[in-house]
Write a protein that binds this ligand. Structure first.
Ligand SMILES: C[S@@+](CC[C@H](N)C(=O)[O-])C[C@H]1O[C@@H](n2cnc3c(N)ncnc32)[C@H](O)[C@@H]1O
Length: 258
C-alpha cells in the first residue's frame, strides 16, 4: 500500500553523480603554458580553449582548474599537454638557401663541426642538413647534428625517421631514391643518415639547457614565431650562449622577426 509514494532506487551506475564540466576560464592555463614553454596564444585563445577541452574530455578531467593542478604535479600529463598544443609543421629542404649557407661554412672548416637544430620538430630539418652536407662532399666524419624539441612525439618520430610524401615535397626524385627506401607509401631514411643525427626532448628554457654542450653552428627556425617579443629575446640569448664562439650568428627563420 502507498508504494507509489516510495522513491524507486536508481541502479548503481546512475547513482554516480556525473561530475559537471567547468571549462570557462582558459587564461590560467594559457599563462602557465606560456611560462613553461614561451608559447603565446594571444590571437588564438578560442582555438586553445577548444584544444584544451578535447584534451580534458579524452582524460575525464572535468575542469580547467583540475587540469591546471594536475599538470603542475604530474610530469607525464604536462608533457602530453605540450605534445597536444605545439605546432610541428616542417618538411625536408625547407628554406633551402639557408641550409646551403651553412654547407658553405662547414666546407671551409678543417675540423669536424657540431651543429644544433633547436627546434628539430619531427627531424626533417636536421636530416636535411646532414643530406645537404653529404651531397656537397662533406664526409660523415666531418659533422655531427643534434636536434632538440619540446614535443616528445615529434622527437620519437625523428628517431624513427619514417616519413610520408608530404614531408619530402621539396626533394628531387634523385635525392629521394638515394636516401630513402620506399615501403607502402612510407619513406624510410637511410641508416647512416639516421646515425649522423641525435635527438633529445628538451625545452629551450629548461634550467639545464647548457647540458647539451656547445656548437659551431646553430639553427633555430620557426620557433620564435610562437613567442612574444620578450620571450624571443630570452630564447635568442640562450641560443647564442650555446655557441662555441660568437663568430657566426644563430640561423633564425625568415618569419622569426624580432
Ligand atoms: C614549426 S616547428 C619548426 C621546425 C623546424 N625548425 C622548421 O623550421 O621546419 C616549431 C617547433 O618548435 C617547438 N618548440 C616550441 N617551443 C619550444 C621550446 N620552448 N623548446 C623547444 N622546442 C620548442 C615545437 O614543439 C615545434 O616542433
Amino acid at each position: 500500500m502507498f508504494s507509489f509514494f516510495k522513491k524507486e532506487e536508481a541502479p548503481p551506475d546512475i547513482q554516480k553523480v556525473k561530475e559537471k564540466e567547468d571549462y570557462e576560464d582558459i587564461v590560467p592555463i594559457a599563462n602557465y603554458f606560456h611560462k613553461e614553454t614561451g608559447i603565446i596564444f594571444d590571437k588564438q585563445v578560442s582555438i586553445l580553449k577548444n584544444k584544451v577541452i578535447s584534451f580534458c574530455r579524452q582524460r575525464n578531467i572535468h575542469s580547467f582548474k583540475r587540469l591546471l593542478s594536475d599538470i603542475q604535479s604530474i610530469e607525464q600529463l604536462k608533457q602530453e599537454l605540450i605534445d597536444h598544443l605545439t605546432t610541428n609543421e616542417t618538411y625536408f629542404y625547407r628554406e633551402f638557401k639557408q641550409i646551403m649557407e651553412l654547407v658553405k661554412l662547414v666546407q671551409k672548416s678543417n675540423v669536424p663541426v657540431q651543429i644544433l637544430c633547436a627546434p628539430s620538430s619531427s627531424g626533417e630539418e636536421p636530416y636535411s642538413i646532414a643530406i645537404a652536407l653529404l651531397e656537397a662532399g662533406v664526409p660523415a666524419s666531418g659533422f655531427n647534428v643534434v636536434g632538440i624539441d619540446i614535443n616528445s612525439e615529434a622527437v620519437a618520430k625523428s628517431k624513427n625517421a619514417e616519413y610520408k610524401q608530404r614531408s619530402l615535397r621539396n626533394l628531387s626524385d634523385e635525392i629521394i631514391a638515394k636516401y630513402f627506401q620506399i615501403h607502402n607509401e612510407t619513406y624510410i631514411l637511410r641508416q647512416d643518415i639516421k646515425s649522423s643525427v641525435s635527438f633529445e626532448v628538451m625545452n629551450i628554457f629548461d634550467e639545464n639547457y647548457q647540458s647539451i654542450g656547445k656548437f659551431d653552428f646553430i639553427f633555430s627556425r620557426n620557433m620564435l614565431i610562437y613567442f612574444d617579443k620578450e620571450t624571443k629575446l630570452k630564447a635568442k640569448k640562450i641560443l647564442e650562449s650555446l655557441r662555441k664562439t660568437d663568430e657566426y650568428n644563430v640561423f633564425f627563420g625568415h618569419a622569426d622577426l624580432f
